[in-house]
Design a protein around this ligand. Structure first.
Ligand code: NCD
Length: 319
């Protein structure tokens, strides 16, 4: 087994063979998830706590299902009703939960770096479910599995990441992962939505979407992260859609078999045309959601194996 990590905090610390091992296991879980009986006992007896300090529908549901399908006891902490509202710090909340002996902690937090900080304070395995604009590793992994299944490979593809790159942890994690797997990456968006230092990332930059989409194999759209903007980044949503929204006419410039992706939630008519998003011949958006559960099962399983090994146990249930 090459996956040695204690936590999954970002793609940055994963080697290409660890990524491949996780995706191979996720591929098996994707098959299990299409069966009527979806249970495995990889996490039997273990406790998983979901701690989301930011609103989330699909990611939290996806981790909850992943944990339950592997037989863990899963608790979703309703942070909005918790002591955090009474002024408790992130670290105090984490230490309190840690004392309840969870085995796996899934954390989403609005501040970049918060999940790494928390991982230093607890003795369970931690998965970053998105921290500020920093990383969202399971999203990049589920995108990678979706691409691998649709294209038959995860290397030497030309992939366009389009839209609000500056505020996006999805873009950051994908850039790192797709770069490690030796793909050609193009970033497309207005200069105001490009992150600083983007010129050194070994990617091609385009402000003209029609130019940038020419011949690409994968078009990855991003949501306009309005909650992370303090005004003035785009002229108007109508203008933005005209220049940077994906529609059938712009997609026609990509390779004839190019696939369309979006991490959700989507702003239809702002970053993507609604009809195109629903076109199952081009859009793999629903596959991304499906692969999300499988990838999270694989991540939980691999981390649980390493946790057991570090605790000196060989099988679930041993003292
Ligand atoms: C992403 C996120 O939260 O970073 N969504 C998700 O995890 N499904 C992207 C987004 O919110 O735009």
């Amino acid at each position: 087994m090459s996956f040695r990590a204690r936590h999954l905090l970002g793609i940055d610390h994963l080697k290409p063979d660890e990524i491949t091992e996780l995706l191979d296991l996720a591929q098996d879980y994707a098959a299990l998830n299409r069966r009527t009986v979806k249970h495995s006992d990889a996490l039997a007896g273990m406790t998983l706590i979901n701690m989301f300090f930011e609103n989330s529908t699909r990611t939290q549901a996806s981790f909850e299902l992943a944990g339950k399908r592997l037989g863990a006891d899963v608790m979703n902490m309703a942070v909005s009703q918790s002591s955090v509202k009474k002024g408790e710090t992130l670290i105090d909340t984490a230490l309190t939960l840690n004392a309840m002996q969870p085995d796996l902690l899934v954390v989403r937090h609005p501040q970049s770096g918060a999940v790494n900080l928390l991982a230093e304070k607890v003795n369970c395995a931690v998965i970053n479910a998105g921290d500020g604009r920093h990383e969202h590793p399971t999203q990049a992994l589920l995108d990678a599995l979706t691409i691998r299944r649709a294209k038959g490979r995860l290397h030497r593809l030309t992939i366009a990441i389009c839209g609000d790159i500056a505020h996006s942890r999805v873009a950051r994690s994908n850039l790192i992962l797709l770069g490690k797997m030796e793909n050609r990456i193009r970033l497309i968006g207005p200069a105001t939505l490009m992150p600083a230092g983007v010129g050194d990332m070994g990617v091609e930059l385009f402000e003209d979407m029609r130019e940038g989409l020419k011949g690409v194999d994968v078009v990855m759209m991003l949501r306009l992260q309005k909650e992370r903007m303090d005004g003035g980044f785009i002229p108007s949503e109508r203008e933005y859609f005209h220049r940077f929204g994906l529609d059938a006419e712009k997609l026609a410039l990509a390779a004839p078999d190019a696939i369309v992706m979006h991490p959700g939630p989507m702003n239809r008519g702002v970053e993507i045309d609604g009809t195109l998003a629903d076109d199952i011949n081009r859009s793999v958006i629903q596959d991304q959601v499906e692969m999300g559960v499988a990838v999270r099962m694989a991540a939980l399983d691999l981390l649980a194996r390493n946790l057991r090994a570090s605790r000196g146990r060989t099988a679930v249930g041993e003292p």
